[in-house]
Ligand binder design. Structure first.
Ligand SMILES: [Zn+2]
Length: 75
């Protein structure tokens, strides 16, 4: 495990404000990829470099400011 460094990072979708968390893993070789919002299909984050993101999960906590808007969302 000495070569594996994981950190949790948080991202907010620029399109709809949905919050996501992802686990960032450091690599010695370059990786690239992107993650699209499951709500509005906008790109939440794209990366290219000696790291990779996985384990994307939507943050269930709803910010108060979006409370009304999200009230009509069918999950
Ligand atoms: Zn979105």
């Amino acid at each position: 495990m000495a070569n594996s460094i994981w950190t949790i990072e948080e991202f907010t979708c620029a399109g709809c404000g949905m919050n996501y968390t992802a686990t960032r893993e450091e690599h010695t070789e370059p990786h690239s990829g992107s993650f699209k919002c499951s709500i509005c299909s906008g790109v939440v984050h794209s990366w290219s470099g000696p790291h990779h993101f996985f384990g994307w999960a939507a943050v269930k906590t709803r910010p108060p400011v979006f409370g009304r808007r999200w009230a009509g969302v069918q999950w």
